[in-house]
Design a protein around this ligand. Structure first.
Ligand SMILES: [Zn+2]
Length: 320
């Protein structure tokens, strides 16, 4: 299998299911209608960030009439080396952590300077929901006083967690989740595999980049292990505390997603015929935990998972 994990600075192309939105960007550019703030929304694993990068790189590229960043001009060379002064990426320092006010301020001060290469200035923030209130407020100023040839691209996997004022200042684009056929075809092309594609795509809830991650990173095993823990606690074979101990080193945000999928399958009858009403309140509990994990930078994973598994075991104790 060839690895297609792009390096941080490699040039990106839109994915096959993003062609129509890419054409729309084309029109905006031609007609000079590109907004100052653009929020690209969609779940993790469908390539929202890739599209954001492809657009940012295309704007910076110096080639005339090119539909994508050309890869050969001076600007593209600078980008590929990670040295272009007029393009900035802002993301949490560590996965699952927040984007801080000082980082946003730093970004704005860079934006207020004239573009060093004389073209566009582009800033990409991903994910936008990682900004806390202070960081969002700091960012608002640059959205309220936009400068010419400056584009702020926000990637949002959970747009409802982004401050309403920020959302109202941006043009919002919802990115599509590809249909199964398109997703499978793309996965087969990039991985040169056929067998594992359907299973990985199913486990990834139809999100092709997430399925690719499973196929390449071995996290399919981690996920199966996690689902086993959930099963064991459900059946009373494992204590919530021991299950939580085994979750310490895993990514909480990702596990909450897996848990949500597991719950969805359970409710929709794949694993059980009669959905227990307490499952629905537990889904709310998971959603709260997710918001909490995203908005706080110092969560104790042991406590978080002990609490969740404790409530999870109660769901089934009540019904027995
Ligand atoms: Zn170029």
């Amino acid at each position: 299998m060839t690895s297609v994990e792009p390096s941080e600075h490699s040039l990106q192309l839109p994915l096959p299911w993003q062609e129509s939105i890419w054409q729309r960007f084309d029109q905006y550019l031609e007609q000079g209608r590109l907004p100052h703030g653009l929020m690209l929304c969609g779940p993790r694993g469908i390539g929202v960030e890739r599209l954001a990068k492809a657009l940012a790189q295309r704007l910076m590229c110096g080639a005339e009439m090119s539909k994508y960043a050309c890869g050969t001009c001076k600007a593209c060379q600078l980008m590929m080396a990670g040295n272009h002064p007029d393009i900035s990426f802002l993301e949490p320092q560590e996965e699952g952590k927040g984007i801080l006010i000082d980082e946003v301020r730093d970004l704005i001060s860079r934006l207020s300077k004239t573009a060093q290469q004389g073209g566009w200035k582009v800033v990409l923030i991903s994910p936008a929901e990682a900004m806390n209130d202070n960081a969002s407020n700091a960012l608002l100023k640059s959205l309220e006083e936009p400068q010419d040839k400056t584009l702020l691209i926000l990637v949002a996997h959970r747009p409802s967690l982004v401050s309403a004022t920020i959302r109202s200042r941006c043009q919002i684009e919802h990115l599509p989740v590809p249909d199964q056929h398109t997703a499978e075809q793309w996965l087969q092309e990039v991985t040169e595999e056929r067998e594992a594609v359907a299973q990985s795509l199913h486990l990834a809830g139809g999100k092709p980049l997430l399925a690719l991650e499973y196929m390449q990173g071995g996290s399919i095993e981690t996920r199966k292990h996690f689902e086993q823990l959930v099963d064991d606690v459900r059946l009373g074979d494992l204590s919530p505390m021991s299950a939580a101990q085994q979750c310490q080193k895993l990514n909480s945000d990702e596990m909450l997603d897996w848990f949500m999928h597991y719950l969805h399958r359970l409710v929709s009858g794949e694993l059980q015929n009669k959905p227990n009403p307490a499952l629905f309140s537990f889904a709310d509990r998971l959603r709260d935990a997710r918001g909490w994990v995203l908005s706080s930078s110092n969560i104790n994973p042991q406590l978080l998972w002990e609490g969740l598994f404790m409530d999870w075991s109660k769901v089934f104790r009540q019904s027995r």
